[in-house]
Design a protein around this ligand. Structure first.
Ligand code: SF4
Ligand code: SF4
Length: 96
């Protein structure tokens, strides 16, 4: 998500077809894999977002969402792995 982002969460709500979690590699660490290329990467839940990450109710509402997307108390999107997010996410340019 870019700095100009209004945190609607749309871009992260359909990422389940792009990459997924292969395995948990630590208490808040995950190995993910791009489904098309097979490239893997380790991502870690940001220290200040662990509590938010453990709330998984988003999966019921947005089954295709990135497994690391959450919404805060103001219903604004939060990337819980922001510090270690994928290159794809870093390069994303929002067209909305
Ligand atoms: S779609 Fe755009 S505005 Fe919405 S969360 Fe993604 S980057 Fe931000
Ligand atoms: S890793 Fe973060 S920025 Fe990338 S799709 Fe998931 S929630 Fe969005």
């Amino acid at each position: 998500m870019k700095d100009i982002c209004n945190r609607c969460g749309y871009c992260c709500s359909y990422m389940a077809d792009v990459f997924g979690i292969v395995e948990q590699t630590g208490p808040f660490e995950y190995r993910i894999q791009y489904l098309i290329t097979g490239v893997e990467q380790i991502v870690t839940i940001d220290p200040d977002k662990k509590d938010l990450f453990t709330n998984t109710t988003i999966h019921d509402k947005r089954p295709l969402a990135c497994p690391f997307l959450r919404f805060d108390g103001d219903n604004l999107a939060v990337c819980t792995v922001h510090q270690t997010r994928t290159d794809l996410c870093r390069m994303y340019f929002c067209g909305r």
